[in-house]
Ligand binder design. Sequence first.
Ligand code: PXP
Length: 246
Amino acid sequence: MHLGVNIDHVATLRQARYATMLDSHNTEPSVLEAAYAAMKGGADSITLHVREDRRHMQDDDARTVRREIPLPLNLEMGATQAMLEFALSLKPDYVCLVPERREEITTEGGLSVAGHEAELQPLVAALQANGSKVSMFIDPEPEQVKASAAIGAAMIELHTGRFANTLGEERKAETARLVAAATLGHELGLEVHAGHGIQIANLAELNEVPYLTELNIGHTLISRAIFTGLTSAVQEMKSAIESYKW
Ligand code: PXP
């Protein structure tokens, strides 16, 4: 099981103080240093979300990490023409297409692929022809999985937000939806990833979901890093996800 480490919140912290003075000699914390620390802890890839409103990661962050870090780079982005152009010049190893609403605190729902195939298919084709494997960040719904396969995406990332935010019967039901979506994705030849709200505390239940090859994890790692440092937080997560049995 691969671990993709999302370091967006390192930029969130930097922007909280230095958004208007990024070139200052004082500016911290460093996104590049965070990427190195994650790599040292065993990250298999680095994930950055360059949002349309640039609220955390900036274009230069993505370019610097791309240039300096010898790990696969996963760029999360909205499905827009402007972001397509940015991704075509950045040439990340992976692009994960996500929905974006300015007012949301984080990515709140999966992308509606079903019903938007005609707009999304050319974007996916352009990115993959440029060398970036594309993943669709979707809710665990059969029609979204089928639509992702139909437009030629190589991968899906199943949104585990509802799984993470519920308990008891609701979580059981959501786990069942994830199991079904992962199974269908695998049958359709898609690489299946998962992300959002994953923590060491919910890994045991997530382990019921088959065919996952990568987890994308951010918030809990940056939170833990406040107390242990990022390298150690990533090491802990890497050893925790070794329990995945599929
Ligand atoms: N995957 C995607 C597509 C996301 O948008 C996010 C959140 O930025 C994550 C994974 C990571 O979620 P979390 O920060 O809750 O671990």
